[in-house]
Write a protein that binds this ligand. Structure first.
Ligand SMILES: Nc1nc2c(ncn2[C@@H]2O[C@H](COP(=O)(O)OP(=O)(O)OP(=O)(O)O)[C@@H](O)[C@H]2O)c(=O)[nH]1
Ligand SMILES: [Mg+2]
Length: 253
C-alpha cells in the first residue's frame, strides 16, 4: 500500500527538517520512500528530494515572469502546483515506494487553502493520505497560542479531509515540564479552559466547547527532528490509522 504523508504547519514550524528526520527513520527500518519538495521558495532543503517543484519553477522565476512581489509569487506558485500533478503522479507510480513524504510550502495556508492542493491530494489518492501537523513549540507554550494552533490544525483537516497526527515540534527546545503542560492541555481540554485568558468570555468558551465536542482535542506527540525523539510514535500513529481496521470516517471527526 502506498501512503502519502503530508507535513503541514505554520511557517518555520519544522516541516522540512521533520521530513528529513522521518525519512532517516524509514531508512533505519529499511522501508522504501520517496521525498517530494512542494515549496518553490525553499532556499535550501537538507534532504535529497526525489521530486522537487523547484526544477519546474521557483519563487524567483515567478516574481520576474509575472512582475509580482514575494507574497503574490507565493500564491501563484501554490496555484501552479496544479501544472505538475501529472508528472508527479507518474514519478510516484514509477518509484513504487511505500511512503511518499511530502514537504509542503512555508506558509500553511498556501497549501491548505488553495484549490490546487486539493486537486493534488485527490489525484495522489485522498484515502491513503495522512497529515502530520507540526505545532510550533514556542506558540504552543501559552494557552491562547496553543488553542489558536488547534484551530489552525482543525481547519487543515476540515479543508483537506484526511486524518491528522498532531505533533509538538522541536520538543528538544522545551523543558520536560513545558512538554507535560502542553500534552496535558491536548489530552485534557478542561485543564486548558481554566488557563485561557479572554476578554470576551462567551465567544471563546463556546468556540472551545465546539472543538471539544467535535473531538478536535487529541493527544500531541512531542517530537524532535534533532534528537529523533517521538519519530517512532508518529510512525506508529500512521500505522494505526491505516492498519488498525478503524473506520477512517470516524478518525476524521
Ligand atoms: N531545536 C530544533 N530546531 C529545529 C527542529 N526542526 C527544525 N528546527 C530548526 O527550525 C528552523 C525551521 O525548520 P524548518 O524545518 O525549515 O521549518 P519549515 O516549517 O520547513 O519552515 P518553512 O518551510 O521555511 O516555513 C530551522 O532553522 C531548523 O534548524 C527541531 O526538531 N529542533
Ligand atoms: Mg520548509
Amino acid at each position: 500500500m502506498q501512503i502519502n504523508v503530508y507535513f503541514v504547519g505554520t511557517a518555520g514550524s519544522g516541516k522540512t527538517f521533520f521530513t528529513k528526520a522521518f525519512a532517516e527513520w524509514l531508512d533505519l527500518k529499511k522501508l522504501d520512500y520517496m521525498i517530494i519538495n512542494l515549496d518553490p521558495g525553499a532556499e535550501y532543503v537538507p534532504y535529497s528530494a526525489d521530486f522537487d517543484v523547484r526544477e519546474y519553477y521557483t519563487l524567483e522565476d515567478i516574481m520576474h515572469r509575472y512582475k509580482v512581489g514575494p507574497n503574490g509569487a507565493q500564491i501563484i506558485g501554490a496555484d501552479m502546483i496544479a501544472t505538475i500533478i501529472d508528472e508527479l503522479k507518474y514519478e510516484i507510480e514509477y518509484s513504487n515506494s511505500e511512503y511518499i513524504l511530502i514537504d509542503t510550502p512555508g506558509q500553511m495556508e498556501l497549501f491548505t487553502l488553495r484549490e490546487s492542493s486539493r486537486m493534488l491530494v485527490n489525484s495522489l489518492g485522498a484515502k491513503n493520505s495522512v497529515m502530520v501537523f507540526l505545532f510550533d513549540p514556542i506558540v504552543s507554550k501559552t494557552p491562547n497560542g496553543y488553542l489558536s494552533l488547534l484551530f489552525m490544525s482543525s481547519s487543515a483537516v476540515f479543508r483537506l479531509e484526511m486524518p491528522q497526527i498532531p505533533v509538538l515540534a522541536k520538543s528538544d527546545i522545551l523543558s520536560d515540564q513545558e512538554i507535560e503542560m502542553i500534552k496535558n492541555w491536548s489530552s485534557n481540554p478542561d485543564s486548558l479552559l481554566s488557563e485561557l485568558v479572554f476578554e470576551r468570555k462567551t465567544l471563546s468558551s463556546e468556540l472551545f466547547a465546539v472543538l471539544k465536542e467535535v473531538g478536535f482535542f487529541r493527544p500531541l506527540i512531542p517530537a524532535s527532528a534533532i534528537t529523533g525523539a517521538g519519530i517512532e510514535d508518529v510512525y506508529d500513529g500512521i500505522q494505526e490509522i491505516f492498519y488498525s481496521g478503524e473506520d477512517l470516517e470516524r478518525i476524521l471527526f
